[in-house]
Ligand binder design. Structure first.
Ligand SMILES: Nc1ncnc2c1ncn2[C@@H]1O[C@H](COP(=O)(O)OP(=O)(O)OP(=O)(O)O)[C@@H](O)[C@H]1O
Length: 610
């Protein structure tokens, strides 16, 4: 067989020319926004890659018994393909076949070569076939189309608002800071930006801590169990302290041992707090909700001061919202037992095969380089939102626990399991695969490699992690293929979730499919989430701030159902109200003085006589 060349403009290894089809496929398969093309000669590939056109006559058409080149254009905003060439391909699709994942918005051009028999047989005899909106536009026996348009730039990250930038600048200038703000004002987004900035500045010397699992995941994939371990103002924080949170939301679950229950206290109670931190900086612009009426209702819920019209509007939300895609809103409950029972009932109703995933857990070292004891590692991992064991069936409703595909899927994205397949099968079908972020997990051909052989303690390769129980995910293992509410499809292969120590040391790691069952979720675990469809049951609310956390997860009134709304249970903690009042009054006074001073300056410097 003659050697062929494959040029990749956007791929895992950057722009590159491959002479091996398999390597080419691995460079682009499942990679959002990838772009590549096959050629008969190196020069043609190079010309395409560098944008220097070849004389038309020298471009030979690709002919082969077994391969076909397909060009698809997928519009970034409508999911509808459109035909660029007048002759379209005649690949026929089996009717009644299982749907093939649809293209994602943002991937406008995607060209690749695939064996005609890519539509591999499934164990039950049916096939994954690509129906529209992937519309094949050209075949190898057609004249080559004109030069492709330049690839789309990567999706821009969220641009920080002026007030977020202001906080970033303060940190850049070395100021210890506490920034707060209502739910959805972008505290996590800002914290991630600060962490990125500090990591560039201080390298590995940045310790990140969060009191709850989901909050930890939100700010960078890690959680530290010992919030108190920071020892404000003493060891552990050498240079700079950045703290963020909203005391009007739920406090961390208090630590307890067998005999004493330690009541939750607020960080501002600590003696070291005022030593380290000036008064808070407040973010005010709410991003999660766009509707001012809803923002107002939530603001009143936060302070526990509901007016009559707020109550009337919340009462109106007791209705059923229908969603045509069959993905129901996630129900938020105050109690774990309510969550477990709801999820179990729904899963039991589904008839298909149940597939269970046990996490691959391992333990590392504490900040003094002592091995973390097994029991401690297990406790740390228990605090993660990602479960140790999860059972799924086709039809199971799930929530993603990671931001993936450049923001197309986020921590909190809701979806349904539509199939189970191996990473190899997903690669063959050009399905996006959750990015595997632990070095030893994936072989170059996309298969899983055994990761932690018993007793292996190779510092470089495994960061000194020792397996707690399960040793590996195998290449034969099938993982859940999930269709999300925005129609993006993803093979949810396992990802790594870590618990990190103050020096960034990995104390414990869980490798697990990045999903939780999502017919129901506890309000505690939903903290930090942004949800487009949510149903809140407030009947058994028991904590101040709990109703606020639950209601403020929703992005819109349209996507929010509320049952059991009782205004008398919408409460803010009196100590938090007092604390806020103490600095707010002072700030208002300062602002007033600033205003008086500005007016005085204006009149003293301006001739206002007429
Ligand atoms: N500058 C920004 N521009 C546009 N969207 C933003 C911006 N900052 C944050 N967002 C979006 O607002 C939503 C809420 O952000 P985020 O989760 O950071 O808020 P939060 O204050 O941490 O919320 P919570 O207190 O509920 O955890 C997210 O969807 C995020 O992408």
């Amino acid at each position: 067989m003659p050697v062929r060349y494959y040029a990749v403009r956007i791929g895992r290894e950057g722009p590159k020319i491959y002479s091996n089809y398999h390597d080419f496929q691995m460079a682009i398969c499942g990679l959002s926004g990838s772009s590549g093309k096959g050629f008969d000669t190196y020069r043609e590939a190079e010309a395409w890659l560098t944008g220097v056109p070849m004389p038309a006559a020298s471009v030979t058409n690709v002919t082969s018994q077994t391969t076909t080149t397909m060009v698809w254009e997928v519009s970034s905003d409508s999911h509808q393909g459109s035909t660029l060439a007048s002759t379209s391909t005649t690949i026929s699709y089996q009717t009644g076949a299982r749907p093939y994942p649809e293209p994602q918005p943002g991937r406008r051009w995607f060209e690749y070569e695939s064996p005609l028999n890519t539509r591999h047989a499934r164990p039950n005899g049916d096939r994954l076939t690509p129906p529209p909106p992937y519309i094949p536009l050209a075949r190898y026996n057609m004249p080559r189309e004109p030069e492709l348009p330049p690839p789309l730039p990567p999706q821009p990250a969220v641009e920080l608002s002026e007030e977020q930038k202001q906080v970033l600048r303060l940190v850049q200038n070395g100021k210890n800071i506490f920034f707060t703000g209502p739910a959805g004002t972008g505290k996590s987004v800002l914290l991630r930006a600060i962490i990125d900035m500090l990591r560039v500045k201080f390298g590995g010397e940045v310790a990140i801590t969060a009191p709850t699992g989901i909050a930890g995941v939100n700010i960078g994939g890690s959680t530290i169990y010992s919030w108190a371990g920071i020892r404000l103002g003493k060891e552990g924080v050498q240079q700079l302290l950045v703290v963020s949170g909203d005391f009007f939301q739920l406090p961390p679950v208090p630590d307890q041992d067998s005999t004493t229950i330690i009541p939750s206290t607020f960080a501002f109670d600590a003696l070291s707090w005022s030593r380290c931190i000036d008064e808070p900086v407040s973010l005010t612009k709410v991003f999660r909700q766009k509707d001012n009426k809803f923002v107002d209702m939530l603001s009143a819920t936060r302070s526990g001061k509901l007016l009559d019209w707020h109550i009337r509007e919340f009462m109106k939300l007791k209705r059923v919202v229908d969603y045509s895609d069959g993905i129901s809103p996630t129900q938020l409950f105050p109690l774990k037992s309510q969550v477990e029972s709801c999820n179990k009932t729904h899963l039991d109703v589904l008839s298909g095969e149940q597939v269970t995933y046990s996490a691959m857990d391992s333990r590392g070292f504490d900040m003094h380089e002592n091995r973390i004891p097994i029991v401690v590692a297990e406790q740390l991992l228990d605090r993660l939102v990602v479960p140790k064991v999860i059972s799924l069936k086709i039809g199971a409703q799930v929530m993603l626990l990671r931001n993936l595909l450049q923001g197309k899927l986020v921590n909190g994205s809701l979806g349904k399991v539509i199939d189970f397949m191996t990473t190899h099968e997903a690669t063959q079908c050009f399905i996006e695969i959750a990015n595997l972020d632990t070095p030893a997990q994936r072989a170059p051909n996309g298969d899983f490699l055994p990761t932690l052989p018993p007793g292996v303690d190779d510092e470089d390769k495994y960061k000194g992690l020792l397996a707690l129980d399960r040793q590996e995910f195998t290449k034969h293992e099938r993982f859940p293929l999930v269709r999300f509410t925005n129609d993006v499809h993803l093979l949810c292969a396992p990802l790594s979730f870590t618990v990190e120590g103050l020096k960034g040391n990995v104390e414990a790691q869980r490798i697990q499919v990045p999903l939780v069952l999502a017919w129901a979720m506890s309000i505690h675990k939903a903290q930090g989430q942004t949800m487009t469809r949510v149903k809140v049951d407030l009947q058994r609310i028991f904590e101040k701030g709990q109703a606020y956390v639950a209601l403020s997860r929703a992005t819109s009134l349209e996507g929010l159902e509320v049952i059991g709304f009782d205004p008398s249970r919408v409460l803010a903690h009196p100590r938090v109200i007092d604390w806020q009042a103490s600095w707010q009054a002072q700030r208002d006074q300062e602002e007033e003085m600033d205003m008086d001073w500005a007016i005085e300056q204006y009149y003293s410097s301006t001739d206002i006589s007429v």
